[in-house]
Unconditional design. Structure first.
Length: 87
């Protein structure tokens, strides 16, 4: 258990950050799921619109430090490839 005041403060801060970061990751996952559901329905217009909405969210996750840059790039690439495959 933490004994010093600074260690106790870090525990409080880490708990707050974990909650905020969890919310951010959850929001990103929701946007990705919207793209995937549009892909499954086969609607290219809806999938493109959902992808356009998801890209800034994923980029924001990188900027806030909850996603690695390469992870975001991989998600962009794979989702875009699947949307373009719908003809």
């Amino acid at each position: 258990m933490a004994n010093t005041p600074q260690a106790k403060k870090r525990i409080r801060r880490n708990d707050r950050r974990a909650e905020i970061n969890g919310t951010r990751v959850s929001r990103i996952r929701t946007f990705i799921k919207k793209v995937e559901s549009a892909l499954e329905s086969g609607d290219k217009a809806a999938a493109s619109a959902a992808l356009a909405a998801a890209q800034p969210e994923i980029a924001r996750g990188v900027a806030k430090g909850v996603l690695h840059k390469n992870t975001a790039g991989r998600k962009f690439s794979r989702l875009n490839k699947r949307v373009q495959a719908l003809a």
